[in-house]
Design a protein around this ligand. Structure first.
Ligand code: HEM
Length: 282
């Protein structure tokens, strides 16, 4: 396999570039349609805005525009770009591999299909390299997640091969990248029959990935940043998602609360508690 070869340019001998471009546009429209249908079906946008209104009423501090802009920057820099919401570092690294891999794979696909779709146009090596490397990162990060980190396997003890509907996203994501990579290798080696089979599997799995948004976790990549932003705002304005502030027993008002009675005379530092066992769930 050559990491510097544009597989779509080679494919243009059998499938016209316009057909490939139309396919990518249809996939994009499926994602937009699926995300909107998901929001309507789960009424998640309505819940989100109603919840934000409720939080506004419960806030104890006003968070101004400049502060909110700062929170948005923090959300992008930490929660989006470095997957900071994950407490478990293995999950975080696997997510980063999958996320950056998928973004590289997507951007490189668009660049190659729309701007360099024929062997007559010299494709800058950066695009095929990003495409192959991106696919490899998704396979490694996604495979690590699927075989070892997934809650069903790591915490609930189910075998790795047990499949439920919630696996639609991760499985179609890995399949699209894996079949794409094998198709590219088979095509570069001139194994025409294998290349046709894996091209068909690549098309089928990408159709499931992009067409299955309504039933899969695909849209979390759009919703999670908004939720992470709202979570930070709720902390900053004191509305705290309707949760009580963390109890501080050095504060007499907290210490003397009825629910704290049993802890009144307990030492302030009570050791590791549940942190004694290394958290491996989530
Ligand atoms: C290209 C973009 C992305 C890809 C490929 C991706 C991939 C994944 C995968 C495979 C999972 C595991 C899902 C499962 O349980 O089956 C996951 C979970 C998660 N992702 Fe992403 N993700 C992306 C973008 C994002 C972004 C932008 C955020 C946040 C700002 C995010 C936050 C999360 C969180 C918090 C979880 C775990 C919690 C949960 O399962 O609900 N992801 N992601």
């Amino acid at each position: 396999m050559s990491f510097t070869m544009n597989p779509f340019a080679v494919l243009s001998d059998t499938i016209p570039a316009a057909v490939m471009q139309a396919y990518v546009v249809v996939m994009f429209l499926l994602v937009v349609g699926g995300t909107i249908a998901d929001m309507v079906h789960k009424r998640s946008a309505q819940y989100f805005f109603e919840n934000a209104e409720k939080a506004k009423k419960a806030r104890v501090k006003n968070v101004g525009g400049a502060h909110k802009a700062g929170i948005a920057v923090q959300t992008i820099a930490a929660d989006v770009l470095t997957s900071a919401e994950f407490c478990n570092q293995r999950r975080r690294v696997a997510h980063l591999l999958g996320m950056y891999g998928f973004v590289s794979f997507l951007v490189a696909t668009i660049a190659m299909v729309f701007f360099y779709p024929s062997p007559a146009m010299a494709t800058p090596a950066v695009w095929p390299v990003l495409w192959h490397l991106g696919a490899l990162m998704v396979i490694i990060g996604g495979g690590w997640f699927w075989f070892f980190i997934r809650v069903d396997v790591s915490a609930e003890g189910h075998p790795w091969h047990r499949i439920v509907r919630a696996d639609l996203f991760i499985l179609s994501l890995i399949a699209t990248n894996l079949f794409g990579l094998i198709w590219s290798a088979a095509q570069a080696s001139g194994w025409n029959a294998w290349s046709s089979i894996f091209l068909a599997l690549f098309i089928l799995s990408s159709l499931v990935l992009f067409g299955g948004v309504l039933w899969s976790k695909f849209a979390h990549m759009f919703f999670k940043p908004a939720a992470a932003f709202q979570k930070r705002v709720a902390k900053a304005d004191g509305s705290m998602d309707n949760l009580p502030a963390p109890a501080d027993r050095s504060n007499p008002a907290d210490r003397d609360r009825h629910s704290m009675e049993l802890l009144k005379d307990a030492p302030l530092n009570m050791g590791l508690g549940i942190k004694r066992e290394r958290p491996q769930h989530y």
